[in-house]
Design a protein around this ligand. Structure first.
Ligand code: NDP
Length: 295
C-alpha cells in the first residue's frame, strides 16, 4: 500500500490563514507583530531564506525588518544590532540568520537575544524551558513537525520514535519535545548520529522515523518498518542536468522506495520545509500577543 502524503504546504497555508485572523485581532488592539531578521555576509542561501521569511511576514500582516551587514563586521557590532532590536517596541521576534561568518561566535550572539523575542527558540533559557516542559518558544523545525503530526492525527504517544541527527536546531530539540509528559508527545525516543553502530537495526524499530542528517536519500526502504511514519527534514541539492537550474532538491529519504512501505510520508520539497516558516510566524504572533497582555 502506498503511504499517505503529509502535505506541509497545505498545513502551513492553514496555519498562516489562522495567523492572519490573530494579526487582525492584535491590530484592533493597536499592536502590529514585528519580526526582525539580521543577515550578515553574502551567503546566497541565507539571503534566500531571509527573503522568503520577509515575504511570508508581509502575507500574514506581520511587519518585517531586515538588517543587512557585510561579512567583515565585528562581533561587537552584531551584538549591538541585537541589543538595539531587543529594546525596540515594534519588534516581537528577532532572528539572526545562521550561519554567521566563521570569525564570529554564534552562540554568544544567540545569548544576547532577549529570550522574550527569541522566536527561533535557540536561546539557552528557552531551550531549558523546553527541556523542563514549560511554555516557551519551541524551535521552529521540530515545532513544525509536531504540528504536522497533530494535524494529520498522528499521535506519538507510546510510539518508538527514532530521530536521525543530533543537531541543536533539529535532532536535540525534537527529542526533548517528543519525550515530554504531555499530549502530542509521550514518545519513547532514540537519537542516532554518525557514531551509531547499528543504525539500520535501530531505524527498523521506529514507528515514527525522523530523518535530519543532510544526507541525500540515505534512508532506504529496507531501513524502515512496514507502516512506519516517515518524516523527512533533509533539504539537499543534487545535480540534475535535466532541470533548468542544473540541480534538484531531495530529502534524506529515498522517497519513491519508502513510500511503498510507510503509512505516512513527507515529501521534499513541500513537507517539513514550509512548516518551519509557518512556526516562525506562529512564535512571532505569540510574542506579540504576550506584548498585548503586558501593555
Ligand atoms: P547538521 O549537519 O547540523 O547535523 C546532522 C546530524 O546528522 C548530525 O548529528 C550527524 O551526526 C548526523 N549524521 C550525518 N550523517 C549521518 C549518518 N551517515 N548516519 C547517522 N547520522 C548522521 O544538520 P541539521 O540538523 O542542521 O540539518 C539536517 C538536514 O535538515 C539538512 O539537510 C538541512 O538542510 C535540513 N534542514 C531542514 C530544515 C527545514 O526547514 N526543513 C531546517 C533545518 C535543517 P554527528 O553529530 O555525529 O556529526
Amino acid at each position: 500500500m502506498e503511504a499517505i502524503l503529509i502535505d506541509g504546504k497545505k498545513v502551513s497555508k492553514e496555519i498562516k490563514a489562522e495567523l492572519r485572523e490573530k494579526v487582525i485581532a492584535l491590530k484592533e488592539k493597536g499592536i502590529i507583530p514585528g519580526l526582525a531578521a539580521v543577515l550578515i555576509g553574502d551567503d546566497p542561501a541565507s539571503a534566500t531564506y531571509v527573503r522568503s521569511k520577509a515575504r511570508a511576514c508581509e502575507k500574514t500582516g506581520i511587519y518585517s525588518d531586515i538588517t543587512k551587514r557585510p561579512g567583515d563586521i565585528s562581533q561587537e557590532e552584531v551584538e549591538q544590532i541585537v541589543r538595539d532590536l531587543n529594546v525596540r517596541d515594534d519588534i516581537d521576534g528577532i532572528l539572526v540568520q545562521s550561519p554567521l561568518p566563521k570569525h564570529m561566535d554564534e552562540p554568544a550572539v544567540t545569548c544576547i537575544i532577549d529570550p522574550q523575542k527569541d522566536v527561533d527558540g535557540f536561546h539557552p533559557f528557552n531551550v531549558g524551558m523546553m527541556l523542563i516542559g514549560q511554555p516557551t518558544f519551541l524551535s521552529c523545525t521540530p515545532y513544525g513537525i509536531v504540528e504536522l503530526m497533530r494535524r494529520n492525527k498522528i499521535d506519538p504517544s507510546g510510539k518508538e520514535v527514532v530521530i536521525m541527527g543530533r543537531s541543536n536546531i533539529v535532532g536535540k530539540p525534537m527529542a526533548a519535545i517528543l519525550m515530554q509528559k504531555r499530549q502530542g508527545a509521550n514518545a519513547t525516543v532514540t537519537v542516532c548520529h554518525s557514531r551509531t553502530s547499528n543504525l539500520n537495526e535501530v531505524c527498523r524499530r521506529a514507528d515514527i522515523l525522523i530523518a535530519a542528517m543532510g544526507q541525500p536519500e540515505f534512508v532506504k526502504a529496507e531501513m524502515i518498518k512496514e507502516g512506519a511514519v516517515v518524516i523527512d527534514v533533509g533539504i539537499n541539492r543534487v545535480e540534475d542536468s535535466s532541470t533548468e537550474k542544473g540541480y534538484r532538491l531531495v530529502g534524506d529519504v529515498d522517497f519513491e522506495g519508502c513510500r511503498q512501505k510507510a503509512s505516512f510520508i513527507t515529501p521534499v520539497p513541500g513537507g517539513v520545509g514550509p512548516m518551519t516558516i509557518a512556526m516562525l510566524l506562529t512564535n512571532t504572533v505569540k510574542s506579540a500577543e504576550l506584548r498585548a497582555q503586558r501593555s
